[in-house]
Design a protein around this ligand. Sequence first.
Ligand code: 5GP
Length: 117
Amino acid sequence: MSEQNDTIFGKIIRGEIPSEKVYEDDDVLAFKDVNPAAPVHILVIPKKHIVNAFDAGEEDAQLLGKLMLTAAQVAREQGLEDDGFRLVVNNGAAVGQSVFHLHVHVLGGRAFAWPPG
Ligand code: 5GP
């Protein structure tokens, strides 16, 4: 990552602001959302600064797959295997993206409506 990642998640990755981490390796980080929308609300992010899905390229295919696998592992560890969980990725301010570093919301522990609001 050559550019400076000035988003709040860049600061979390660099340890400049604290977070409640549930998983970390060289490629990805998972931590609790500070303002949870469900009993389980974890964010899974790549350490590489990708703005959102529009910003990802072929070279990111493996990393994007790892986000999904990590999300499932986190959900399992949070006890959601029986009841299931929802993954949400907001891509663009118009649909609710507020932090411009790609993140997968892992949500569970309550019922969810469909279609989402
Ligand atoms: P978005 O709206 O971009 O899809 O989701 C951003 C999420 O990041 C929100 O659910 C918000 O609560 C969470 N968030 C924003 N700032 C922080 C922070 O400093 N720490 C943590 N853990 N979560 C944050």
